[in-house]
Design a protein around this ligand. Structure first.
Ligand SMILES: Cc1ncc(COP(=O)(O)O)c(C=O)c1O
Length: 365
């Protein structure tokens, strides 16, 4: 059997193992001093005043939207081409997701279509730094300012990505990160909220933990969406490795860009003003590509190259959203991309041999 180069692979070293075992032996497993330290170090890395750790990226979005005050009757604009959590966080507040189309080259939120989708009910915009490429923060930021809208940065796939030299997660009202196992840095499961707003950060802390201001004094309705000290111990070490992980992702992506030669295969686009951290390396297969995407995936896998489709269905076409009455929605670019995109391995665990094999398999098609 051919061994498969996986499309994602978490890099965990002995130092993470040691840190976890220290927490396990300490008797303090739940949210404690490791979470506090991870928050402090993450806030400083992103360049914001506050970071609030959560149990997942989905929890981060949920807490952030609730803290901002999104609720019934509100509309929140979100790209149609992203992971479903970006939109579901709006549904969880009883608000209505309004889907906006994406740019055909960066796959990110399209400012022109965003303008078309704003109504008197619009309260916020969730921009997603998809696949590690920052969205157009200047254009989207200006639209949000002009229309008095909150801007939520979904940076679940963009730890360490930069826009004009500044790290994402510090541009909008609030930023949300995920530390799921496949992300640029991981805690297994986990999330982080980033903001410069003291009051908003305080509300996030309350919502994350039963609205508890001090021990057994509950001032608002909250959940238990806390991170454990076990996860935070991993996160502290992964954060120190993040720049090196990203450097390798960028190097791997540049290698693939230089060597992939196939008609109809378009390598990922990167705008000049951004640092793209290649959470995924997403190619497009145009009509002149010699095979169907399904057949190409099968060919890759049978030759030991893992691949995946991010994402095969625009969110409004998902069965859940069809049941919610989104049948008439049309985002033509998102619909076309869903049929064309394919993610190839780019993670930092790839060896030179792996990269050479990926190129050989594709160029010899
Ligand atoms: C764009 C985006 N938003 C939100 C999330 C949710 O994060 P989590 O899986 O940690 O809940 C993800 C995770 O895959 C994501 O890719």
């Amino acid at each position: 059997m051919i061994e498969m180069i996986p499309v994602a692979y978490p890099l965990i070293g002995e130092d993470e193992v040691l840190a976890v075992s220290e927490v396990l032996k300490s008797g303090m497993l739940a949210q404690g001093k490791n979470v506090a330290r991870f928050e402090e170090e993450f806030a400083s890395y992103i360049g914001v005043e506050h970071a609030v750790a959560t149990s997942s990226g989905t929890a981060a979005l949920d807490v952030a939207l609730k803290a901002i005050g999104i609720g019934e009757g509100d509309e929140v604009i979100v790209p149609s081409f992203t992971f479903i959590a970006s939109a579901n966080s709006i549904l969880f507040q009883g608000a209505r997701p309004v889907f906006v189309d994406v740019d055909r080259t960066t796959f990110n939120i399209d400012p022109d279509d965003l303008l078309e989708k704003i109504t008197p009910k619009t309260k916020a915009v969730i921009g997603v730094h998809l696949f590690g490429h920052p969205f157009d923060l200047k254009a989207i930021g200006e639209i949000c300012d002009d229309h008095n809208l909150y801007l939520i940065e979904d940076a679940a796939q963009a730890h360490g990505a930069e826009y004009n030299g500044k790290r994402v997660g510090g541009f909008g009202t609030i930023g949300c990160f995920s530390f799921y196992a496949t992300k640029n840095m991981t805690t297994g499961e986990g999330g982080m909220i980033t903001t410069d707003d003291d009051e908003l950060a305080g509300r996030c802390r309350l919502i994350r933990s039963h609205g508890e201001r001090e021990k057994y004094n509950h001032t608002i309705l909250g959940y238990n969406l806390r991170m454990t000290d076990i996860q935070a111990a991993i996160g502290i070490i992964q954060l120190r490795k993040l720049e090196e992980f990203n450097r390798k992702r960028i190097k791997n992506a540049e290698y693939l860009n230089r060597h992939l030669r196939m008609e109809g295969l378009i390598t990922p686009h990167k705008k000049g003003e951004v640092k793209h951290v290649y959470h995924q390396y997403v190619i497009k297969l145009e009509d002149d590509f010699p095979m169907s995407r399904d057949a190409f995936c099968e060919y890759l896998r049978s030759n030991g190259v893992g691949c995946a489709v991010h994402y095969p269905i625009p969110i409004y076409e998902q069965p859940l959203y069809q049941q919610l009455g989104y049948g008439e929605q049309r985002c033509p670019v998102a619909s076309a991309l869903a049929r064309k995109v394919l993610s190839l391995p780019v993670h930092p665990a790839l060896t030179e041999e792996d990269l050479g094999h990926i190129i050989e398999v594709i160029n010899n098609l």
